[in-house]
Design a protein around this ligand. Sequence first.
Ligand SMILES: *Cc1c(COP(=O)(O)O)cnc(C)c1O
Length: 225
Amino acid sequence: MEKIISNYNEILKQIRSCESKLVGKYCEPELIAVSKQFPKEIIQILVDKGHKIFGENKVQEAQLKWIDLRRENSDKKIELHLIGPLQSNKVNLALDIFDVIQTIDREKIALKIKTYLEEKNEINKKKFFIQVNIGDEEQKSGVSENLTEQFFKWCFNDLKLNIIGLMCIPPFGQPPEPFFKRVRILCDRLDLKHASMGMTNDFKSAIDHGSTFIRVGTGIFGERN
Ligand SMILES: *Cc1c(COP(=O)(O)O)cnc(C)c1O
Protein backbone atom coordinates (compact mmCIF):
# COMPACT_ATOMS: atom_id res chain seq x y z
CA MET A 1 0.00 0.00 0.00
CA GLU A 2 2.76 2.42 0.95
CA LYS A 3 4.65 1.30 -2.11
CA ILE A 4 1.79 2.25 -4.41
CA ILE A 5 1.53 5.71 -2.97
CA SER A 6 5.26 6.30 -3.20
CA ASN A 7 5.27 4.99 -6.79
CA TYR A 8 2.40 7.32 -7.59
CA ASN A 9 4.08 10.34 -6.06
CA GLU A 10 7.27 9.52 -7.92
CA ILE A 11 5.45 9.36 -11.28
CA LEU A 12 3.75 12.69 -10.58
CA LYS A 13 7.12 14.18 -9.74
CA GLN A 14 8.61 12.86 -12.95
CA ILE A 15 5.74 14.24 -15.00
CA ARG A 16 6.26 17.65 -13.46
CA SER A 17 10.00 17.52 -14.03
CA CYS A 18 9.72 16.78 -17.75
CA GLU A 19 11.30 19.79 -19.30
CA SER A 20 9.60 19.43 -22.56
CA LYS A 21 10.44 21.96 -25.22
CA LEU A 22 6.76 21.94 -25.95
CA VAL A 23 5.72 23.47 -22.62
CA GLY A 24 2.91 25.88 -23.30
CA LYS A 25 2.19 24.51 -26.74
CA TYR A 26 -0.02 21.69 -25.45
CA CYS A 27 -2.00 21.30 -22.25
CA GLU A 28 -0.29 19.69 -19.30
CA PRO A 29 -0.20 15.90 -19.49
CA GLU A 30 -2.76 14.01 -17.43
CA LEU A 31 -1.92 10.72 -15.76
CA ILE A 32 -4.19 7.75 -16.42
CA ALA A 33 -3.62 5.15 -13.71
CA VAL A 34 -4.00 1.84 -15.53
CA SER A 35 -5.54 -0.49 -12.95
CA LYS A 36 -6.12 -3.56 -15.11
CA GLN A 37 -5.67 -6.84 -13.23
CA PHE A 38 -5.59 -5.07 -9.88
CA PRO A 39 -8.48 -5.51 -7.45
CA LYS A 40 -10.82 -2.86 -6.11
CA GLU A 41 -9.07 -2.65 -2.76
CA ILE A 42 -5.81 -1.64 -4.41
CA ILE A 43 -7.48 0.88 -6.72
CA GLN A 44 -9.25 2.42 -3.74
CA ILE A 45 -5.87 3.42 -2.31
CA LEU A 46 -5.33 5.79 -5.22
CA VAL A 47 -8.91 7.02 -5.15
CA ASP A 48 -8.43 7.89 -1.48
CA LYS A 49 -5.29 9.74 -2.45
CA GLY A 50 -7.42 11.92 -4.68
CA HIS A 51 -6.58 10.44 -8.05
CA LYS A 52 -9.45 10.61 -10.52
CA ILE A 53 -8.43 9.29 -13.93
CA PHE A 54 -8.20 5.53 -14.36
CA GLY A 55 -7.80 3.18 -17.32
CA GLU A 56 -8.95 -0.39 -17.90
CA ASN A 57 -8.41 -2.53 -20.98
CA LYS A 58 -11.32 -5.00 -20.65
CA VAL A 59 -14.99 -4.11 -20.53
CA GLN A 60 -16.09 -7.03 -18.37
CA GLU A 61 -13.31 -6.67 -15.86
CA ALA A 62 -14.14 -2.98 -15.56
CA GLN A 63 -17.79 -3.80 -15.01
CA LEU A 64 -16.92 -6.13 -12.13
CA LYS A 65 -14.77 -3.56 -10.38
CA TRP A 66 -16.00 -0.11 -11.30
CA ILE A 67 -19.74 -0.34 -10.79
CA ASP A 68 -18.94 -0.85 -7.08
CA LEU A 69 -16.01 1.55 -7.01
CA ARG A 70 -18.09 4.31 -8.51
CA ARG A 71 -20.96 3.68 -6.12
CA GLU A 72 -18.64 3.68 -3.14
CA ASN A 73 -16.98 6.89 -4.34
CA SER A 74 -19.94 8.73 -5.76
CA ASP A 75 -18.74 11.99 -4.21
CA LYS A 76 -15.59 11.87 -6.36
CA LYS A 77 -15.44 12.76 -10.00
CA ILE A 78 -13.87 9.59 -11.35
CA GLU A 79 -13.09 9.52 -15.07
CA LEU A 80 -12.74 6.01 -16.47
CA HIS A 81 -11.01 5.40 -19.81
CA LEU A 82 -11.27 2.27 -21.94
CA ILE A 83 -7.80 1.71 -23.39
CA GLY A 84 -8.23 -1.82 -24.74
CA PRO A 85 -9.94 -3.14 -27.86
CA LEU A 86 -13.72 -2.86 -28.06
CA GLN A 87 -15.89 -5.59 -29.59
CA SER A 88 -19.09 -4.46 -31.20
CA ASN A 89 -21.28 -6.62 -28.94
CA LYS A 90 -19.82 -4.82 -25.90
CA VAL A 91 -20.29 -1.26 -27.12
CA ASN A 92 -23.43 -0.51 -25.11
CA LEU A 93 -22.02 -1.97 -21.92
CA ALA A 94 -18.79 -0.04 -22.44
CA LEU A 95 -20.74 3.20 -22.82
CA ASP A 96 -22.57 2.46 -19.57
CA ILE A 97 -19.29 2.03 -17.70
CA PHE A 98 -16.69 4.29 -19.30
CA ASP A 99 -16.53 8.07 -19.65
CA VAL A 100 -13.90 8.00 -22.36
CA ILE A 101 -13.30 5.37 -25.03
CA GLN A 102 -9.82 5.60 -26.50
CA THR A 103 -9.98 2.75 -28.94
CA ILE A 104 -12.39 3.60 -31.73
CA ASP A 105 -10.85 1.91 -34.74
CA ARG A 106 -13.57 1.00 -37.25
CA GLU A 107 -16.83 2.11 -38.74
CA LYS A 108 -18.96 -0.58 -37.14
CA ILE A 109 -17.91 0.46 -33.64
CA ALA A 110 -18.40 4.15 -34.35
CA LEU A 111 -21.89 3.53 -35.74
CA LYS A 112 -22.90 1.43 -32.75
CA ILE A 113 -21.67 4.12 -30.40
CA LYS A 114 -23.62 6.75 -32.29
CA THR A 115 -26.83 4.68 -32.23
CA TYR A 116 -26.67 3.92 -28.53
CA LEU A 117 -25.81 7.45 -27.46
CA GLU A 118 -28.63 8.87 -29.56
CA GLU A 119 -31.06 6.44 -27.99
CA LYS A 120 -29.98 7.59 -24.57
CA ASN A 121 -29.71 11.22 -25.65
CA GLU A 122 -26.13 11.29 -24.42
CA ILE A 123 -24.19 12.16 -27.56
CA ASN A 124 -22.31 14.96 -25.78
CA LYS A 125 -21.64 13.15 -22.54
CA LYS A 126 -18.80 10.91 -23.68
CA LYS A 127 -15.37 11.57 -25.11
CA PHE A 128 -13.48 9.51 -27.64
CA PHE A 129 -10.06 8.91 -29.13
CA ILE A 130 -9.32 7.21 -32.40
CA GLN A 131 -6.66 4.54 -32.05
CA VAL A 132 -4.00 4.79 -34.73
CA ASN A 133 -2.02 1.71 -35.71
CA ILE A 134 1.05 3.86 -36.00
CA GLY A 135 3.51 1.00 -36.54
CA ASP A 136 1.27 -0.53 -39.18
CA GLU A 137 1.37 -3.84 -37.30
CA GLU A 138 -0.88 -6.64 -38.45
CA GLN A 139 -1.72 -7.92 -34.96
CA LYS A 140 -2.52 -4.51 -33.54
CA SER A 141 -5.82 -2.72 -33.70
CA GLY A 142 -6.13 0.85 -34.85
CA VAL A 143 -6.76 2.78 -38.02
CA SER A 144 -3.79 2.97 -40.36
CA GLU A 145 -2.06 6.32 -40.40
CA ASN A 146 -3.02 7.24 -43.94
CA LEU A 147 -6.72 6.57 -43.33
CA THR A 148 -6.95 8.37 -40.01
CA GLU A 149 -7.86 11.80 -41.36
CA GLN A 150 -10.74 10.43 -43.42
CA PHE A 151 -12.02 8.26 -40.56
CA PHE A 152 -11.74 11.11 -38.07
CA LYS A 153 -13.71 13.47 -40.32
CA TRP A 154 -16.45 10.91 -40.77
CA CYS A 155 -16.73 10.23 -37.00
CA PHE A 156 -16.58 13.91 -36.12
CA ASN A 157 -18.58 15.59 -38.87
CA ASP A 158 -21.06 12.93 -39.92
CA LEU A 159 -21.60 10.98 -36.70
CA LYS A 160 -20.99 13.99 -34.42
CA LEU A 161 -18.89 11.91 -32.04
CA ASN A 162 -16.94 13.99 -29.59
CA ILE A 163 -13.48 12.91 -30.72
CA ILE A 164 -10.88 14.72 -28.62
CA GLY A 165 -7.67 13.02 -29.70
CA LEU A 166 -5.65 10.15 -31.10
CA MET A 167 -4.26 7.21 -29.15
CA CYS A 168 -1.35 4.95 -30.06
CA ILE A 169 0.76 2.05 -28.83
CA PRO A 170 4.07 2.11 -30.73
CA PRO A 171 5.62 -1.18 -31.85
CA PHE A 172 7.41 -3.16 -29.17
CA GLY A 173 11.19 -3.21 -29.27
CA GLN A 174 11.72 -0.09 -31.35
CA PRO A 175 12.47 3.45 -30.20
CA PRO A 176 9.01 5.02 -29.78
CA GLU A 177 9.97 8.61 -30.55
CA PRO A 178 9.38 8.62 -34.32
CA PHE A 179 5.93 7.15 -33.69
CA PHE A 180 5.05 9.67 -30.97
CA LYS A 181 6.13 12.42 -33.32
CA ARG A 182 3.96 11.23 -36.15
CA VAL A 183 0.89 10.90 -33.97
CA ARG A 184 1.35 14.40 -32.57
CA ILE A 185 1.75 15.83 -36.08
CA LEU A 186 -1.44 14.09 -37.12
CA CYS A 187 -3.29 15.47 -34.07
CA ASP A 188 -2.14 18.97 -34.91
CA ARG A 189 -3.18 18.62 -38.52
CA LEU A 190 -6.67 17.50 -37.48
CA ASP A 191 -6.83 20.21 -34.82
CA LEU A 192 -7.11 17.63 -32.06
CA LYS A 193 -6.02 18.74 -28.62
CA HIS A 194 -5.13 15.37 -27.17
CA ALA A 195 -2.60 12.65 -27.85
CA SER A 196 -2.80 9.57 -25.62
CA MET A 197 0.66 8.04 -25.72
CA GLY A 198 3.37 6.88 -23.35
CA MET A 199 3.35 4.07 -20.78
CA THR A 200 5.57 3.18 -17.82
CA ASN A 201 8.71 2.76 -19.89
CA ASP A 202 8.41 5.70 -22.23
CA PHE A 203 6.06 8.31 -20.78
CA LYS A 204 8.74 10.95 -20.36
CA SER A 205 9.67 10.76 -23.98
CA ALA A 206 5.98 10.79 -24.93
CA ILE A 207 5.50 14.01 -22.98
CA ASP A 208 8.49 15.48 -24.76
CA HIS A 209 6.69 14.72 -28.00
CA GLY A 210 3.41 16.29 -27.06
CA SER A 211 1.46 13.61 -25.20
CA THR A 212 -1.41 14.97 -23.13
CA PHE A 213 -2.55 11.66 -21.58
CA ILE A 214 0.01 9.14 -20.39
CA ARG A 215 -1.17 5.65 -19.40
CA VAL A 216 0.85 4.19 -16.54
CA GLY A 217 0.13 0.82 -14.94
CA THR A 218 3.24 -1.03 -13.80
CA GLY A 219 4.97 2.14 -12.67
CA ILE A 220 2.22 2.71 -10.10
CA PHE A 221 0.73 -0.64 -9.18
CA GLY A 222 3.73 -2.90 -9.82
CA GLU A 223 4.14 -5.89 -12.11
CA ARG A 224 1.08 -7.75 -13.33
CA ASN A 225 0.87 -11.55 -13.57
C1 LIG B 1 -1.57 -2.05 -19.90
C2 LIG B 1 -1.59 -0.86 -20.76
C3 LIG B 1 -0.88 0.30 -20.39
C4 LIG B 1 -0.01 0.39 -19.16
O1 LIG B 1 1.19 -0.26 -19.39
P1 LIG B 1 2.39 -0.23 -18.31
O2 LIG B 1 3.57 -0.61 -19.07
O3 LIG B 1 2.01 -1.21 -17.24
O4 LIG B 1 2.46 1.15 -17.78
C5 LIG B 1 -0.99 1.39 -21.24
N1 LIG B 1 -1.74 1.37 -22.36
C6 LIG B 1 -2.42 0.28 -22.72
C7 LIG B 1 -3.24 0.33 -23.97
C8 LIG B 1 -2.38 -0.86 -21.95
O5 LIG B 1 -3.08 -1.95 -22.34
